[in-house]
Ligand binder design. Structure first.
Ligand SMILES: Cc1cc2nc3c(=O)[nH]c(=O)nc-3n(C[C@H](O)[C@H](O)[C@H](O)COP(=O)(O)O)c2cc1C
Length: 398
């Protein structure tokens, strides 16, 4: 395939033979179809955010405060959407953001996602919260650029084990998520008094680790009752004292790329680089953690300006290929996909994730093509204009 947009030609061509697409194209339909098949407690866990959902909504609406300026009659036959991350050239500018409940959304959610990302060459960030062990996920994504995402637990040995295991498993780097020192206030989960992990779901990295067994007072995985798993996880999942000194300790464990996810303040981005971190993920966790109202996209330019010599990846609120184009135009090194692919995995495992990622890439590419930008560099030169809200209608978009 020369351009990602050719995905649409394949669909129209199949249509001539009577073949209809298996999955929906619009995000709102994707979400609706996922809602029809998912257990309501899982659907709410995925789809809702913290507090009244203001930050989550604003994340999405923020993209509407930019418009892309079309240019005309310039050669756009081949579009270059490639980027370079830590010396590795990648054909596309998106990555799969870490999501901790893929195994609750689909029985093989972690592996199906890993296979889809690997097939398409889309980098993957694997969550600490996973229904299969990180070693298994890594085995399913051989050759792909994959990072292990660490939720720093409240026990130094367990934390060290997670990092060491990730390095031994062959991950290409570590992402430390720093916006989850404690779980945010999530009324929809509270209303059901439900967290997937309290059903013992997605704890495989913990339950397979000898440090976790020690914390649970057992000697092997077999001895872990559901109650022991859940109470131990509850107690040690997060570390509200996690600080820059802890980051430096993890830095000292590896020379592989280290990224920090959950940064919005430029001062924090600079601090991270001072601690030896290699890259920043500007994100507010899709509005699931703190409901402060500020959309993550509004922080992106300032964060990039604060650390001009380091990659700044972005996620939170990306729903369409056009959103990808806008985040790239603002300077993001790569753009992370969250909830859309989770609905994809719910609907069709690997095929569902592939479909969602291919649609996003095709729309991004065709947007560049129609607007006559042949590369991200060209787009950055001219492409973006700040506008009034194009619409305040966000129903179905979030
Ligand atoms: C259900 C769900 C679970 C998530 N789990 C994790 C996680 O385990 N680790 C992490 O760093 N971020 C996690 N995130 C945040 C995503 O990595 C990403 O920041 C977020 O989905 C972006 O927002 P969006 O989905 O609205 O675009 C999770 C997000 C969702 C929706």
């Amino acid at each position: 395939m020369r351009n990602f947009g050719e995905f649409q030609d394949a669909i129209y061509t199949a249509g001539i033979g009577g073949e209809q697409p298996r999955f929906p194209f619009l995000y709102s339909d994707l979400k609706k179809r996922a809602q029809e098949i998912l257990d309501p407690r899982i659907f709410d866990y995925v789809s809702r955010g913290s507090g009244n959902g203001l930050t989550q909504t604003k994340n999405v609406e923020a993209f509407q405060t930019y418009g892309i300026m079309p240019r005309m009659l310039r050669d756009r036959s081949v579009r270059d959407l490639s980027v370079t991350l830590f010396g590795r050239k990648l054909a596309n500018p998106i990555y799969v953001a870490p999501v901790g409940v893929l195994g609750a959304v689909h029985p093989e959610g972690d592996l199906e996602t890993a296979k889809a990302a690997t097939k398409l060459g889309v980098p993957l960030i694997c969550s600490t919260l996973s229904a299969c062990r990180m070693e298994e996920t890594r085995a399913a994504s051989k050759g792909n650029l994959d990072f292990f995402q660490l939720y720093p637990p409240n026990d130094p040995e367990l934390s060290e084990h997670f990092v060491t295991r990730a390095l031994n498993a062959g991950f290409d780097g570590i992402v430390i998520t720093v916006d989850t020192g404690q779980l945010g206030w999530r009324p929809h989960d509270l209303q059901k008094a439900s967290l997937p992990m309290h059903y013992g779901q997605c704890l495989a990295n913990y339950t397979s680790d000898p440090a976790f067994w020690r914390l649970a007072g057992v000697r092997s995985e077999e001895e872990l009752t559901i109650e022991k798993k859940v109470t131990t996880w509850d107690r040690y999942f997060s570390d509200p004292t996690f600080s820059w000194d802890h980051v430096k300790k993890i830095r000292a464990m590896t020379k592989l790329p280290l990224l920090i996810k959950g940064i919005c303040a430029p001062e924090d981005a600079r601090k991270a680089i001072d601690c030896g971190v290699d890259g920043i993920i500007c994100s507010n966790h899709g509005g699931r953690q703190a409901n402060g109202g500020i959309p993550a996209l509004d922080s992106l330019e300032d964060v990039i300006e604060a650390v001009p010599n380091h990659p700044v990846l972005f996620d939170s609120g990306v729903r369409t290929g056009v959103d990808i184009v806008k985040a790239l135009a603002l300077g993001a090194t790569m753009v992370g996909i969250g909830r859309p692919y989770v609905y994809g995995v719910a609907l069709g495992g690997q095929a569902g994730v592939e479909f969602v990622l291919q649609c996003l890439l095709a729309e991004a590419d065709l947007t560049l093509g129609v607007d006559c930008y042949a590369s991200i560099a060209e787009l950055r030169e001219y492409g973006l204009k700040r506008v009034e809200f194009l619409s305040t209608h966000s129903e179905g978009l979030v």
